[in-house]
Design a binder for this molecule. Structure first.
Ligand code: UDP
Ligand code: UDP
Length: 464
């Protein structure tokens, strides 16, 4: 082994994810990508919040033995201060409060000295100052768009000049204005746990050695440029566009009947409908959506979810859907309640369109496989994510459709028309395919994101 390789094998990157499948999927993919270049340890918090996360962790432990997993058991915490908090946000808070213990545990358990930490944005403020005190370089994995990163980076400055109670459009100098209607509603309440975390995490961004984003240069050129030119925040750390991080090779899981059904459908004919892991839909809206898919005349694979947390989503389809619905659509549609392997679905040649909430992992997966999208953002960062969906040409955005906290039902007629319009738009489909090629090129050796990864590894080598 040459001396260069010896040095290489000394690199040890420790990843500290938070909670939620969107966060865990990003970190798992990052772990596997980095493991080709250095030793990787991932800290996992058990038991996880959702069953989807617990299954994912178990599968990943066995499929990727090259990654070391440090299991950290959460101490019990009194969470009575936040009786209404979202369970994932609560877990972020618990992990944050455990930051000193987690870091101690990592430092004690590591046989190879830690070269760098990569911490999830949602828990960054509690980890970064402590990790920096250890003299170890710190990076953040930002789990959303570069567009959202611009907003998160600027928001503390905005808050310093106003109170979040009179939140308006947020004009980011030299970049763009984020309209009030696209800002997560929860940010109106400065006392809310999420809002407190969000502002603190935004402030800590300036203190890190670099920020990874699961995006790629040609997809979000404008936002990446605004961040690196210092328009959004002067002196902003390097933003490393490292995407698309590729889905893992995991054992089969979830609803397997999906694939035998897809195998029988013509190429590019199926609309895949899924709103991620954290978005439950009201029964009334579910029924309108069902009607919309039916009247669109398109084939569809629809994943129904009525509760934010999978373990509470116990009603069966018979109770949720209109009586007789499944029988009426059985020649054209399949409806699933539960987990499907989304990356394998999007990769399937029968799938030609994706009706999605535009959670960032979902968007980036659609980009990898070149599947056109109809974005129906429902909360959080999703409207901000929908901007690059439209700007890049990957998809359409139904702007007037309902948003978190609104008491509004989108009619089946409207949904059906829009779905039909997306599936008839051949130019959109061709553009999406082109984006798929660009995405895969960016991540492959010689591509812009691959280069970002190589430079990161080189920087670590230079520091050892
Ligand atoms: N996912 C999946 N099967 C499902 C639902 C979701 O594989 O039935 C995966 C999806 O591929 C994505 C992640 O879970 O990687 C969801 O993350 P995203 O950022 O899109 O949305 P969130 O769940 O955070 O709202
Ligand atoms: N976010 C952040 N700081 C925080 C919490 C969230 O920057 O303290 C960003 C992060 O990129 C996250 C996005 O806001 O993906 C949306 O938050 P949400 O609660 O909707 O999370 P997700 O669906 O990604 O789990």
């Amino acid at each position: 082994m040459g001396s260069q390789e010896n040095k290489h094998s000394e690199l040890h990157v420790v990843l500290i994810p938070s909670a939620g499948m969107g966060h865990l999927n990003t970190f798992s993919r990052l772990a596997v990508t980095l493991a080709d270049h250095c030793k990787v340890t991932m800290v996992s918090n058990i038991p996880a919040v959702s069953s989807a996360e617990s299954h994912h962790l178990a599968d990943m432990f066995s499929a990727y033995p090259q990654i070391e997993f440090l299991q950290f058991e959460m101490p019990p915490y009194d969470t009575s201060d936040y009786p209404d908090a979202d369970p994932f946000v609560l877990r972020w808070e618990m992990i944050s409060r455990s930051a000193p213990d987690i870091l101690n545990y990592v430092m004690k358990s590591s046989s190879v000295p830690v070269t760098a930490f990569v911490v999830d944005i949602t828990i960054a403020a509690s980890f970064i100052p402590l990790a920096k005190n250890l003299g170890i370089p710190c990076y953040i994995m930002f789990t959303s768009t570069a567009a959202m990163l611009s907003f998160v980076a600027y928001f503390p400055t905005y808050c310093d000049s106003k109170t979040t109670e009179d939140l308006g459009d947020v004009e980011i100098p030299g970049y763009r204005t984020v309209p009030l209607a696209s800002i997560p509603g929860v940010l109106h309440d400065p006392k809310n746990l999420f809002t407190k975390q969000f502002v603190q995490n935004g402030r800590v961004l300036l203190k890190v050695d670099g920020i990874f984003v699961n995006t790629f240069e040609s997809f979000e050129e404008d936002s990446l440029a605004a961040l690196s030119d210092g328009h959004v925040q002067p002196g902003f750390p390097p933003v490393i566009a490292i995407g698309p991080l590729m889905p893992l090779n995991m054992p089969a899981s979830g609803a397997s009947e999906v694939f035998s059904w897809l195998d029988k459908q013509p190429d590019n004919s199926v609309v895949y409908v899924n709103f991620g892991n954290r978005t439950g839909m009201s029964r009334e809206q579910v029924r309108e959506l069902g009607l919309g898919l039916e009247t669109s005349g398109c084939r569809f694979l629809w994943v129904v979810k009525t509760k934010a947390l999978d373990s509470q989503d116990v009603e069966d389809l018979g109770e949720i859907l209109e009586k007789g619905y499944l029988e009426r659509v059985k020649d054209r549609g399949i409806v699933i309640k539960g987990w499907v392997e989304q990356d394998k679905v999007l990769r399937h040649k029968a799938v030609g369109g994706f009706l999605s909430h535009s959670g960032w992992n979902s968007v980036i997966e659609a980009a990898i496989y070149g599947v056109r999208m109809l974005a129906w953002p429902m909360g959080g960062d999703q409207r901000i994510n929908a901007v690059p969906v439209v700007k890049s040409g990957l998809g359409m955005w139904a702007k007037s459709w309902s948003w978190q906290g609104e008491d509004k039902i989108v009619s089946g007629k409207e949904i059906g028309e829009k779905v039909k319009e997306m599936m008839a738009d051949e130019a959109l489909s061709a553009k999406a395919r082109l984006i798929g090629e660009q995405a895969r090129q960016a991540a492959a050796p010689g591509g812009t994101s691959y280069q970002g990864l190589v430079e990161f590894i080189q920087e670590l080598k230079d520091r050892v």
